[in-house]
Design a protein around this ligand. Structure first.
Ligand SMILES: NC(=O)c1ccc[n+]([C@@H]2O[C@H](COP(=O)([O-])OP(=O)(O)OC[C@H]3O[C@@H](n4cnc5c(N)ncnc54)[C@H](O)[C@@H]3O)[C@@H](O)[C@H]2O)c1
Length: 254
């Protein structure tokens, strides 16, 4: 029996990167998937192989659109009869000096990374609370625990995702809803490739500072998400699982 066989799982930001790797991981484990990403994203193309593998529904929306998220959750419940787990991977980064950063950029990053995560959490938890519980994983970042230059909005949003996760874990524990986060270091996804292409991400410097001396692969982050939403993590809630090669453990220059 596969670990996620028949489980009904929503993944946001599923067109690329960590979200796509998580969808692949869960499809191989037998999950019934509901995958969402922005209109105009590559969701159809990137999930082509998955759709031959099992039950997969796709929907284009922004996680910042509360009405659309609520409608999607209703549609997922109508289709599958409930929701067992959610992985909130939709997110964006912005890199600009804090003295010059626009309020518009700050609001956009917080709106997607924090408010969008909250909107999805609340919509699915209302279903889960009425149906015996469930599991939620939010993707934070090592920058949810540390500052970084030119990433003010990103760090603030990811730190808030940690606080959001803790608060929801505490409040929803009695409903048997577990809420955890995964804390990746630099991971080889579209997001990081875009920064590399723009010359504002130094893979060698990041690798040198990392005890394991490399970036993470999206599949490694996906596996951590898979664990946290599995029954093997049945007593784990309010936990922040680092997938960072030792980045946060390290306080020394290397
Ligand atoms: N790649 C890294 O180094 C890294 C490190 C730590 C944390 N993270 C976090 O992991 C998550 C996934 O990032 P990734 O690296 O896979 O990036 P990615 O850019 O490859 O994937 C993010 C996906 O989210 C989607 N998305 C963006 N805004 C959305 C919205 N409003 N509604 C729905 N979907 C939206 C994008 O279209 C994209 O498909 C993000 O929250 C990111 O902050 C990434």
């Amino acid at each position: 029996m596969k670990r996620h066989q028949g489980r009904r799982i929503l993944v946001t930001g599923a067109a690329t990167g960590i979200g796509l790797a998580t969808a692949r991981f869960l499809a191989a484990e037998g999950a019934r998937l509901y995958l969402v990403d922005l209109p105009g994203s590559s969701l159809e193309e990137s999930t082509l192989a998955l759709r031959g593998q099992g039950e997969v529904a796709l929907l284009h929306l922004s996680v910042t659109d509360e009405a659309a998220v609520q409608e999607a959750v209703g549609d997922m419940v109508a289709r599958y009869g409930g929701i067992d787990a959610v992985v909130n991977s939709a997110g964006v980064v912005a890199v600009e000096p804090a003295l010059e950063a626009s309020l518009e950029t700050f609001r956009r990053v917080v709106d997607i990374n924090l408010t969008g995560t909250w909107i999805v959490c609340q919509a699915v938890a209302r279903q889960m609370a009425d149906n015996g519980g469930g599991a939620i994983v939010n993707i934070s970042s090592v920058y949810g625990f540390q500052g970084a230059p030119k990433r003010t909005a990103y760090c603030a949003s990811k730190g808030a995702v940690i606080a959001l996760t803790d608060s929801l874990a505490v409040e929803w524990g009695p409903f048997n809803i577990r809420v955890n986060s995964v804390v990746p270091t630099g991971t080889r996804t579209t997001m990081v490739q875009d920064l590399i292409d723009r010359g504002i991400y130094n893979v060698d410097a990041v690798s040198r500072r990392t005890p394991l001396r490399r970036l993470a692969e999206p599949e490694e982050v996906a596996a951590a998400c898979g664990f946290l939403i599995s029954s093997e993590a049945g007593m784990v809630t309010g936990h922040h699982l680092r997938v960072d090669g030792g980045w946060l453990a390290n306080g020394y220059l290397m």
